[in-house]
Write a protein that binds this ligand. Structure first.
Ligand code: FES
Ligand SMILES: [Fe+2]
Length: 385
């Protein structure tokens, strides 16, 4: 966050703590439970939110060296990202042009991708270098059988891909500053390119992908659900909210924030005491933690509104001298609170959504980030409910 914003957020938080208040949405917001359970709605979200828009794919440090690659499925589109010898990150449909097998799995470093099925080979630019049976494929135009290119871009240490192949004549450009809108300068100030990856964890909870995002968007539940884990360190039901287009940012205070009061305002460092949660539309939560970056991404399950794939990554500062045990502890806390407290309860809520017993859920005025997230989804989908 930029320094003036950091000071302003700190001031607002201290004011809320003193007044026992929190930032409020204009109104309560009612959402139909079908938003979490209906198959048609899930299909619409996949097409409009996950295929038409650039999707955040992690920090650029995930592909630190030329030849580094990462294969992922984004809402039904197999995506392969690779850093070329020229240092540029490119993205492709991870679909072999022979018979559609994925040419790469997981992550690693490679000079070329060899399809596991019949051995066709592609370079880091996606170009088909050769087939394995020259006679069987004599006359095949290699240049016309490269991996399908996906629009991709990298800026402020962030990687974006639009998981739909280019239509003829369509621009491959993604304007990341435009995508981030009012948060571009704020995120640039985080210097995300100075955080190498520390860990990657994945889970496939039986919840709608939006619930996996919801769980980060209010501090109202912290004193209750997280009573035994993180609640002692946070001031519950107290936070700031700022929206920037479809994105949102919620800041919550740790109980240690009182320490800053001893200092004149322009000398205050809020970072050890304030957690900033960026909700990057549609499916990313980027958390600016005390001394590291934690990122959660949720992807809808294929043909099932009640399942999703969630990835948590921790990035630590490049200049950190802390031992691995310290980062392991941070990772463990994140896993214990989210994967062992939020998501298991979420799975039972999903059963409630699907039961048909109630029609709506309601987000309170004290949950402005949730209200903004779901209003943004409606706006992006062009639906009224
Ligand atoms: S499917 Fe890739 S070589 Fe056959
Ligand atoms: Fe939680």
């Amino acid at each position: 966050m930029q320094r003036p914003q950091e000071l302003a957020v700190g001031r607002r938080l201290l004011g809320h703590i003193d007044g026992r208040t929190t930032d409020l949405a204009a109104d309560m917001f009612r959402n139909r439970v079908e938003a979490y359970s209906c198959r048609e709605r899930a299909r619409l979200e996949r097409d409009k939110l996950f295929r038409e828009r650039p999707i955040f794919m992690g920090l650029g440090t995930r592909l630190a060296r030329p030849g580094d690659y990462l294969a992922e499925e984004v809402a039904g589109m197999p995506v392969l990202m690779a850093r070329g010898p020229d240092g540029e990150m490119r993205a492709f449909a991870n679909i072999c042009r022979h018979r559609a097998a994925p040419v790469a799995e997981g992550c690693g470093n490679a000079r070329a991708f060899v399809c596991p099925y019949h051995g066709w080979t592609y370079d880091l630019d996606g170009k088909l270098l050769g087939t394995t049976d020259r006679v069987g494929f004599a006359g095949l135009d290699l240049a016309g059988h490269g991996l399908a290119r996906l629009p991709a871009a990298e800026k402020h240490g962030m990687m974006y891909v639009r998981p739909r192949p280019l239509a003829p004549g369509e621009s491959a450009e993604i304007d990341i500053d435009r995508e981030l809108g009012g948060f571009a300068a704020d995120l640039a100030a985080l210097r995300l390119d100075t955080y190498p990856i520390y860990s990657v964890d994945r889970i496939a909870p039986r919840i709608n992908w939006k619930f996996a995002i919801d769980t980060f968007l209010e501090g109202y539940h912290i004193p209750h659900l997280h009573r035994k884990t993180i609640a002692p360190y946070f001031i519950g039901n107290c936070g700031t909210f700022d929206g920037a287009g479809l994105h949102g940012r919620m800041c919550v205070a740790r109980t240690s924030i009182d320490k800053v009061r001893a200092l004149p305002e322009d000398e205050r460092d809020y970072r050890p005491h304030v957690i900033s949660v960026y909700q990057l539309f549609p499916n990313t939560i980027l958390i600016w933690q005390v001394d590291h970056i934690e990122i959660w991404r949720a992807f809808p399950g294929r043909d099932d509104a009640g399942r999703c794939d969630v990835e948590m990554t921790i990035y630590k500062p490049a200049d950190s001298t802390r031992p691995d045990a310290y980062w392991e502890k941070n990772r463990d806390i994140a896993i214990r609170t989210v994967m062992e407290e939020d998501f298991p309860l979420g799975e039972r809520m999903q059963i409630g959504f699907e039961s048909g017993a109630t029609e709506e859920v309601v987000y309170g005025r004290n949950e402005p980030c949730l209200v903004h997230f779901h209003s943004s989804i409606r706006n992006a989908l062009g639906v009224a409910a």
